[in-house]
Design a protein around this ligand. Structure first.
Ligand SMILES: [Zn+2]
Length: 240
């Protein structure tokens, strides 16, 4: 079964919008941005299987095949944070592709301690992997043509959450920091409402044309247009 809806947001950016019954995150794939024979970058691969017993990784693989993007050609997995619904399938994809993995150092420290207990709390096995490098605040140059990606450390939903910004196309990938008319939960271990507020304040200053949240709180998944996105930031800053 395919539960992901594919949205080709840019020539080299596919967003796989989750539309199953149970919980899973949206996944993004930047295609052909790395040098070498594994040129794709995946952001937040999501669950293996979710609480509704939906085959999330199978669905993602199917959706990607339709777009002629192969899981085995993933060279790098970026995790906005380490919660099971964003990160559970990392080990499986690494086994398949040999992809390198990255997240912030703060998130990795959380993942390997308290985070692992969250997996067992949900009755799941935590994926085993070791980040090849850590994401830091600032620019990341990705192989080909110096594809530019900016990392914003945005703690609050989890201790080392990051948001990713593509300055050339003005795309912001927020993980679970901000959604349409909503924000990430702060009641999980490592959450902090005051840090989340500060993080949202920071990213709300960016010039954003497309906002890809980690979960959908509106039917189409991706928020489009500066005005809508600005209004959304105003609303969440007022109400949360
Ligand atoms: Zn989360």
């Amino acid at each position: 079964m395919q539960y992901h809806k594919s949205v080709r947001l840019l020539n080299d950016l596919y967003c796989y919008i989750w539309s199953g019954m149970g919980n899973n995150c949206n996944t993004c794939v930047l295609t052909d941005v790395l040098k070498g024979d594994k040129p794709h970058v995946m952001i937040d691969p999501g669950h293996l299987t979710n609480e509704a017993d939906e085959d999330c990784i199978g669905s993602l693989t199917e959706a990607m095949i339709t777009d002629k993007v192969q899981m085995k050609d993933i060279g790098l997995i970026i995790n906005t944070h380490s919660h099971p619904d964003h990160c559970q399938s990392v080990e499986e994809i690494v086994n398949l592709s040999g992809a390198a993995v990255t997240m912030s150092e703060e998130e990795d420290a959380f993942r390997t301690t308290v985070g692992e207990r969250m997996y067992s709390m949900f009755g799941m096995k935590a994926p085993k992997f070791k980040p090849a490098f850590f994401l830091k605040e600032g620019d990341v140059k990705l192989g080909k043509d110096d594809f530019n990606l900016q990392v914003f450390l945005c703690p609050g939903h989890s201790p080392g959450s990051v948001c990713l910004y593509l300055p050339d196309s003005k795309v912001l990938i927020t993980g679970d920091v901000v959604f349409y008319m909503s924000v990430g939960r702060t009641d999980f271990p490592g959450g902090s409402t005051s840090l989340l507020k500060h993080s949202i304040e920071r990213i709300s200053k960016l010039d954003v044309e497309f906002l890809v949240p980690g979960h959908n709180t509106e039917p189409n998944g991706v928020m489009r247009g500066r005005e809508l996105i600005k209004r959304n930031f105003q609303a969440v800053r007022t109400f949360f």
